[in-house]
Structure formats: structure tokens, C-alpha cells
Design a protein around this ligand. Structure first.
Ligand SMILES: C[S@@+](CC[C@H](N)C(=O)[O-])C[C@H]1O[C@@H](n2cnc3c(N)ncnc32)[C@H](O)[C@@H]1O
Ligand code: SF4
Length: 450
């Protein structure tokens, strides 16, 4: 046992492990209870929930997974394919449109307006403008999104052309998120990115000219080959690009990345990965520079320009327990308190939809306490929580409910709290994902996350 009482093999996302080196294992907490607790035998509950009409005003969102990329980045843990031709992509998009159509006929979803839509991946910008327009038309026929307050769309810079960007704008995208990751070509190549900086600088004026409501740029602190000098340059060049918001992730190595496999096999030369203290220092430096350049911190990972209405509805709705249809291969969704994940296998996903069946793979019916914990830990990533919100929604005083964990973390200078609110310290915000297991139910601690 180590100093934090977690077994040596506990994953950081489920054990309070004071990480030093970047080891293999999930770090980023995107949901609760951990995915490893979800199971096939609970899938029937999702079907049952879909059969009864929605009796409340819970907002509804739609996530679409586009699992194609030009190349697999060596650090990436998403379900992606780099070998699918036009016919295979068409077949996938047909299945996806059919999936959305099936939802639209279920009593729980029919007639409900979409509050937000999120095209994630993979790389949604990988598909052609024609494929995109057709897909959107089919979705809109099934679930109109005219009232949606946000349509978000992820892109990889090298897949963008002026015409494609015009199509993305035309379908109504309000938030464009660009995976820049770094602005040093040697680092981009080393980490297996398909693009180099030239493609970012070619694309950027087109993006600006189209005047999207919000343009976000993703960076990763701690890519292989990063140094203080290169990171300082990336941060400055990011400021020069002048995006509306900037997201900084700290490099992590979940089990299924190319780098993780090589670390676990012990094959090849050891990978020089920055340790967690260094990544946090880079993250902190970036946030300081961005704040000096008129950005404000809006979550543990994101800064947005001051005095603009830079909201991120998808994140906020998800963290507040809204319903979300997770569509596409391996997607995660949430309906009426039930988490579910779609089939992660290409053939099985398509086969289910060929039979007009929703392609669920595993699910988990949450208890009221688990929903409270889920919202509490996800919203803690914003850096501050108000006890009133939880009192009103769950009739529970989170300060009392989580008193031992809050006191422990306060003693470690990770947060402050009083009777009304909780606020993370700058140090706590930089490692928020590693703090969250403190709030988990004992049965979910120290197990695999995914
Ligand atoms: C689906 S990708 C964004 C769109 C597009 N696929 C791309 O990469 O440009 C989502 C983001 O996750 C982040 N990401 C992926 N793997 C990561 C890892 N191992 N550690 C930290 N961030 C990671 C990257 O910043 C990436 O932009
Ligand atoms: S990081 Fe983005 S581009 Fe790279 S493999 Fe993952 S999803 Fe594809």
C-alpha cells in the first residue's frame, strides 16, 4: 500500500494514487460509476425506459460518434478506424442515421426538442461535405434540431478544406473545436499526428472568415518530445491564433493507446514521458499566460475569452445529468438515470442496425446517490460548487454528505469549503481528476475504470 492507501495497481481514475510518473491507466474521469461496473444484463432497462414517455423537462442532447481518422495518434484512446474506404463510411453513416431514426420512434424521445448536438470522434471533419450534408438531412428528418442552442463539431486541421468548412457552417455548427494539440512539427510527427503546423495556419483564416459563434482549440500538455522552450512557444502561438476558448489536456495513457502498448510490452526504446509534476507545471504556465492575454478559467481544462458569451452547453448539460442519446459505435449515452454504451465492434454495431435494433452493449441503472455523486464530481471540474444546487435537485446537503472527503482534501490544501460552497485551490484544479475517487462509494474504489 502507498501513502494514499490505494493498492499499487489502482487506476488513478478510481484510486487516490499520488502519481509521479505517467503510468498506463485511465486518469480522465468522464462518468460515474466507473464503466467497468456497467454490464450487458442491464441493457433491458434502457429498452424499458425508452418505452415510457418522458414526464419531466430534462433536456435532451444528441452525441454522434464519427470514428474515422487519417492516422492513429500514438496517444489516442478513442475508438477510431484509419482503414475504411468511402463505401464503408457510407455504410456506417447509413447505420448511424437509422439508429437516430429508431430513437425518434420511441415514446421517450419522440417529440422532444434537441437541446444540443455534438459531433465527436474520431474526426467528424474527416467525412466529406456531401456525406455530412446527407447525414444531417436524415437526422433532421428524424429529430429536428432547429431549436438546439449548440451544435458542436470536432475537427482535425489537416482534414479541413474551405468547402468542407462552409458545409460545416451551413449545417448550423455553433462551436467548432480544432485539435491543434501542439505547434511544433517535430512533436506533432513524433506523436503520430496526421497534421503539421502548416495545415493549421492554412486553415485558420478560413475558420475565422466563417465567423463561427465559438472556435475552441485543443492542446495537450506533455506530448512526447515537449520541453519548456517548445511549450512556451506553443502557448504564445496559441494566443496569437486568438481562439475564443482553449482546452488544455494533460497527456494520459489509458490502456489502449499505441504508446501504452509499447510501455506494457516493454518493446522498443522507452518512451520519454513528462511526469505529472511537469505536466501540471506546463498546464499552470499555459493558464497564467492565457489569463494575462484576456482569457478566464472556465473549468479545470478550459479558458475562454473574457466578456464573451463563451458557454459550452454540451459539457454543462452532461455534467448536470441531462439525457443524451449516444449514437455511433462505442458511444456513451444516458437516459432517465440509466447509463449505456453502444457495441464497440464494427460488425456487431452494423449488424444490430441492419436488424433495426438499437446497438446497446452494456448499461448501468444509477441510484439517486450515484446520480448525486456523479454530478458532484463532474461539476467539481468547474472549480467551484454551490450546495444550493444539490439541495434543490437532490434534497441533500453535499457538505454534510461528503464531509470526510472534503475535510481530507481541505487538509491537503486541494480545496476550501464552508456551509454553502466548495472551491478548489489552483493546485486542486490542476489535479482534479486524481482527487475525485475520494468521493466514490467504497465499492467503486481501486478497480479498473473502463
Ligand atoms: C476526438 S479528439 C479531437 C478531434 C480530432 N480527432 C483531433 O484529434 O484533432 C479529442 C481530443 O482528445 C485529446 N486527447 C486524445 N488523446 C489524449 C490523451 N491520451 N491524453 C490527453 N488528451 C488526449 C486531444 O486533445 C484531442 O484533441
Ligand atoms: S486524437 Fe483525434 S485524430 Fe488522433 S487518433 Fe484520436 S481521434 Fe483521431
Amino acid at each position: 500500500m502507498n501513502a494514499t492507501n490505494a493498492p499499487a495497481n489502482a487506476e488513478p481514475a478510481t484510486g487516490r494514487k499520488a502519481n509521479k510518473t505517467t503510468d498506463v491507466g485511465s486518469v480522465f474521469v468522464s462518468n460515474y460509476p466507473p464503466y467497468s461496473a456497467w454490464s450487458g444484463d442491464q441493457v433491458a432497462s434502457v429498452h424499458k425506459a425508452l418505452k415510457s414517455p418522458c414526464s419531466d423537462t430534462t433536456p435532451l442532447g444528441l452525441y454522434l460518434h464519427i470514428p474515422f481518422c487519417r492516422k492513429r495518434c500514438k496517444f489516442c484512446y478513442f475508438r477510431v478506424y484509419t482503414d475504411k474506404n468511402g463505401a464503408a463510411i457510407q455504410r456506417y453513416l447509413d447505420a448511424l442515421a437509422n439508429e437516430i431514426d429508431l430513437y425518434s420512434h420511441s415514446p421517450r424521445i419522440a417529440q422532444r426538442p434537441l437541446h444540443f448536438v455534438y459531433f465527436g470522434g474520431g474526426t467528424p471533419s474527416y467525412i466529406s461535405a456531401k456525406h455530412l450534408r446527407t447525414l444531417v438531412q436524415r437526422i433532421k428528418n428524424a429529430l429536428p434540431w432547429d431549436q438546439a442552442a449548440e451544435i458542436a463539431f470536432e475537427c482535425e486541421p489537416g482534414t479541413l478544406t474551405q468547402t468542407k468548412l462552409e458545409a460545416i457552417k451551413e449545417i448550423g455548427v455553433t462551436r467548432l473545436s480544432v485539435g491543434v494539440e501542439n505547434l511544433n512539427d517535430t512533436i506533432l510527427r513524433e506523436n503520430g499526428r496526421a497534421h503539421v503546423t502548416k495545415e493549421i495556419y492554412t486553415t485558420w483564416p478560413w475558420i475565422k472568415a466563417l465567423d463561427f459563434e465559438q472556435v475552441n482549440l485543443d492542446l495537450i500538455a506533455g506530448m512526447v518530445g515537449e520541453t519548456w522552450d517548445s511549450w512556451r512557444q506553443t502557448v504564445q502561438q496559441t494566443i496569437d491564433l486568438d481562439p475564443d476558448s482553449i482546452t488544455v489536456y494533460q497527456m494520459e495513457l489509458p490502456y489502449n493507446t499505441v504508446y501504452s502498448k509499447s510501455v506494457l510490452d516493454g518493446t522498443g526504446t522507452p518512451i520519454p514521458l513528462a511526469d505529472w509534476d511537469t505536466k501540471r507545471a506546463w498546464h499552470a504556465y499555459a493558464f497564467e499566460q492565457f489569463q494575462a492575454a484576456n482569457y478566464q478559467i472556465s473549468s479545470a481544462y478550459t479558458v475562454s475569452k473574457k466578456n464573451t458569451s463563451n458557454r459550452f452547453l454540451y459539457r454543462d448539460a452532461l455534467w448536470r445529468g441531462s439525457d443524451m442519446l449516444g449514437t455511433g459505435i462505442a458511444s456513451f449515452g444516458h437516459i432517465d438515470g440509466i447509463h449505456y454504451q453502444n457495441n464497440p465492434q464494427w460488425d456487431a454495431y452494423l449488424a444490430a442496425l441492419d436488424d433495426d435494433q438499437l446497438p446497446f452493449n452494456r448499461a448501468y441503472t444509477t441510484s439517486a446517490t450515484e446520480r448525486l455523486t456523479r454530478e458532484m464530481i463532474l461539476q467539481l471540474k468547474l472549480g467551484h460548487l454551490s450546495a444550493d444546487y444539490f439541495r434543490e435537485k437532490f434534497d441533500i446537503d453535499i457538505i454534510q454528505h461528503f464531509a470526510p472527503a472534503l475535510t481530507k482534501l481541505q487538509d491537503q490544501q486541494m480545496l476550501h469549503f464552508d456551509a454553502d460552497q466548495i472551491e478548489l485551490t489552483p493546485s486542486g484544479l490542476l489535479r482534479v481528476d486524481q482527487l475525485l475517487p475520494e468521493f466514490y462509494d467504497e465499492k467503486f474504489r481501486d478497480r479498473r475504470y473502463t
